[in-house]
Design a protein around this ligand. Structure first.
Ligand SMILES: [Zn+2]
Length: 113
């Protein structure tokens, strides 16, 4: 590859250009950044999908995903994770209400007979 600062051809694995001493933007670091962004997005989508049937797993995915998204400064991934966390909170409230209603129905059923 070629140094982005001085244009001299350098070794593909070089981190610093031996000619001008500038840090070289290698393909490896670019791929790593992309991977981090993808992780944030994927976790955000997982958080939204799992939110309805497993809010706790969704919270964990959303929290990790939001952390990834913040590090990668990916607004799209941040939004996805925030939606996931919101839906998880809503899903958790609905599950608690369903449990309470179920308990009341069973409780009343026991005493009405
Ligand atoms: Zn250079």
């Amino acid at each position: 590859m070629f140094c982005t600062y001085c244009g001299v051809e350098i070794n593909d694995e070089a981190v610093v250009c031996p000619h001008c001493g500038c840090p070289v933007k290698s393909n490896f670091s670019l791929q790593q950044n992309k991977k981090t962004e993808n992780n944030g997005e994927t976790l955000g989508i997982v958080a939204i999908v799992t939110a309805l049937f497993c809010p706790i797993a969704s919270w964990i995915c959303g929290a990790i995903g939001l952390d990834f998204a913040k590090k990668a400064d990916n607004k799209h991934a941040k939004t996805l994770n925030i939606i996931g966390l919101s839906v998880a909170s809503g899903g958790f409230v609905i599950e608690v209400i369903v449990c309470i209603v179920f308990f009341i129905v069973v409780f009343l059923g026991m005493y009405s007979t």
